[in-house]
Design a protein around this ligand. Structure first.
Ligand code: UDX
Length: 434
């Protein structure tokens, strides 16, 4: 089939390349000329493991194209995906849908023949109805359906999550559109991936309910971690003990500095706003948002406490800035709260991140960026692990101890063991463990 992807961000580029890899002919459209120019040169503007080869292969095989001109791409398409950003609107936390609506207008003007318009971006419940109304108004004669098809891609694992999803959710009441979406996802259909068909609004809510639940699950184990610290229990063992109950499940029970990223923070805010505006507030999500946001400040205090309650004039080495490993994405990363708070308490901060420093340089000030983990912690009064990149998991602890001015390690991702660190003579502080 012929597919057009509007937007070449994390979701659009991965989805477009994967649809091409399924055998469809895909054209990715973006207004950003420089981004399209880089893609045409084979450069990938985001860090996503495996994406460069996937794009290169499919461009070479003539299945994947990039353009800033939507006309041809939309008029020839069987399905046009809206994969543009839906950022949190400044101030009130509602999702900003201006890019989605602009894309809908553009599609309306250029559609030719029966076309399925798919909202792939995370959009509040009812957005599909809005998109449908915009298109109807612009092109009363158009033959189309608007379908919700939310993405469940984790950054750093996006290609795997697209090709081996737990499920595909398709929101539409149109049989014609369902047939077309089945054809589109046929390669997954063949390997028994569950494809569930729901009404459009149900599909839109599934996305928010899923992310909201995951954010709540993480926040739950983070609060249990705080209790563990008070009662001398081990949160990793609590997580294992409850996670083996298959009604709970073992994933997303890693205690840490709080969730960040481009999805959970914005989706939880949008969900709680939609819920409150609809007269059915979800207080569990409102609490999740509040607790998670306060947690990042608490983490800075944990670091200050580990240095005897005063970091004035001290140097703190921060390993990891991105919101999670295997991404270059700094959006809502805990480091963006932790670092400025330490600096406000008088600390000098040095930082290293394998992929995030380019972006971090625009978001953090007065931070000395290091060339590697050991360079970062040289002569520092403490080292803090904020993001669990693999290369921080097996540091030469003797070398770490010799390099630090004082052997203080604050591990916000529990990647080392308290016993091992105590045996090495470190003052070791972690999350939810004695
Ligand atoms: C998330 C959802 O997982 C994905 O399905 C959705 O499509 C987009 O949002 P992503 O934001 O890329 O994906 O990252 P994810 O791996 O879910 O982690 C989100 C945040 O939670 C990160 O800050 C991570 O550090 C944190 N996290 C995750 C924990 O603190 N503990 C965990 O056990 C898991």
């Amino acid at each position: 089939m012929r597919v057009t992807m509007i937007g070449t961000g994390y979701v659009g580029l991965v989805s477009g390349a994967c649809f091409a890899d399924f055998g469809h002919i895909v054209t990715c459209v973006d207004k950003d000329e420089s981004k399209i120019a880089r893609l045409l040169k084979g450069e990938i503007p985001i860090f996503e493991p495996g994406l460069d080869e996937l794009v290169k292969d499919n461009v070479e095989q003539g299945r994947l194209f990039f353009t800033t001109d939507p006309a041809k791409a939309i008029s020839e398409a069987d399905a046009v995906f809206i994969a543009v950003g839906t950022p949190s609107r400044r101030g009130d936390g509602h999702a900003d849908l201006s890019y989605v609506y602009a894309a809908a207008e553009e599609i309306a003007g250029l559609m030719n023949g029966y076309t399925v318009v798919v909202t792939k971006s995370t959009v509040p419940v009812g957005t599909g109805d809005e998109v449908e109304a915009i298109i109807k108004k612009t092109r009363p004669d158009a033959d189309f359906d608007v379908v919700s098809n939310p993405e469940f891609l984790r950054e750093g694992a996006a290609i795997n999550d697209f090709k081996r999803p737990d499920r595909v959710v398709v929101g539409t009441d149109s049989e014609r559109a369902r047939d077309l979406m089945r054809e589109l996802y046929r390669p997954l259909f063949l390997n028994e991936t569950p494809i569930i068909f729901t009404a459009r609004r149900t599909s839109e809510l599934i996305k928010y309910a899923g992310n909201g639940f995951l954010a709540m699950k993480i926040t739950f184990i983070n609060e249990i971690a705080d209790l563990c610290e008070q009662v001398g229990a081990n949160v990793q063992e609590v997580a294992k003990g409850i996670g083996l109950d298959n009604r709970i499940g073992r994933k997303f029970l890693n205690a840490g500095p709080g969730y960040g990223g481009s999805c959970f923070p914005k989706d939880t805010l949008a969900l709680m706003k939609t819920a409150r505006d609809s007269g059915a507030p979800i207080e569990l999500i409102e609490t999740t948002v509040r607790v998670n946001s306060a947690r990042k400040q608490k983490m800075a205090q944990k670091i200050v406490d580990a240095l005897g309650g005063n970091v004035k004039g001290k140097t703190v080495a921060v390993l990891g800035l991105t919101f999670k490993p295997n991404t270059d994405d700094m959006r809502d990363a805990p480091a963006l709260d932790i670092v400025p708070t330490l600096q406000a308490e008088g600390a000098h901060v040095r930082a290293f991140d394998p992929e995030g420093m380019t972006e971090a340089k625009h978001m953090l000030k007065d931070v000395a960026f290091a060339s590697g983990p050991y360079d970062c912690l040289q002569d520092a009064d403490a080292v803090v692990i904020v993001t669990e990149w693999d290369q921080f998991r097996a540091l030469d602890l003797d070398r770490v101890k010799a390099s630090l001015k004082s052997p203080v390690v604050v591990d916000l991702r529990n990647i080392y063991s308290p016993a091992e660190m105590a045996a090495k003579g470190f003052t070791y502080v972690s999350v939810g463990r004695p």
